[in-house]
Design a protein. Sequence first.
Length: 365
Amino acid sequence: MKSTKPAKRKVYDKIAILESRFNHDPQKVANAASQDLNKANQRLTASGVIGPLILSILFSIFPISLHPLLIRNILIDFCCIILFIVIFIALLRQVKIFQDVVFEIQASTSHRNAEIKQLRKNVQELKSNQSLYITAVKQLGEQMSKGRTTIESLIMVLSALMHCNVSVNSEGDNITFNFYELRKETIKMLFSGNRQVYCTPNSVDNPRLYDASFKQDSVGLNINDESIQNYYCIKCIKGDTTCRSRNGCFILSDWKEIAEAFIWSGWTSDERDIIISENNREKCIDFGFVYNQYIGFSIRREDGTTIFVEIIANHDTTLTTPENPDLLHVATQIKSKFTPLVNVLWDICNNSLCGRSEENGCNQR
């Protein structure tokens, strides 16, 4: 360690000299360091050619012999060899220093470029988010000015915004958005829709939680109701150990993971297992199970309310792209982007604007 510190100090001193000479211009500093390295390599190469040539000439002029009268020749030749070795080692060390200088400058430049690229990306995301938030506030304001102040109406606006934003960054736009609210042990599905609202209230094919949420005068279900304990969303909301959360998000990367996790009345467990084992996606779709990727995340508010959001890609649509193939990263981005809007929407709803009081909670939705 002690031997490397002086060498490193020399490297940083060289870099400091170059930066001072070229007023900290990264490109000029890098070019100068490369030129110095080339010159050092040329000197080393020249010494490797010229040195042996000079030594051979000296050996011919001062031949080595054990005769007493030629001891002087031996001393001259030996001193020249030592001198050549010292010069060669010094040049070699100089090349090594300049190599380290170039490496440090390139590493620093690469790091700086990476930071600049990331900063530009962050600025672009902030501009995009700012535009999204402005649009959201404007559209929510328009809905409220028309008297549409129920939580369902406002969520529909938010869902449309989410669909527009998420689909632009996905492969395809067949994406479903589900919103749930857990308040005082009562779970209610507030909204479910994609490009078209695909669920119809009172349909015999709708899940019990949906009907319990959307039938007239419905108030939802108790979170501990036995009929919904196997629902994946309920397991996520309750923090079931079988549903692993990462960065506050629940992800199912493909249709097979979703098929294993979801309850689906369109097939038996044996039929499902055969389809998964055969990796038969077409047969899976034939059974009506069209889910392809899944993202879910909880937003826990200070008033004790929990909002759970599901984003599901259907058929061939994927939430990941070749440029952004990590579903967890996609989920984290979506959650961080839309959590403020969800909280704003619920803050609005908790005021008298949406026609519900603290006494009756969500019953007027």
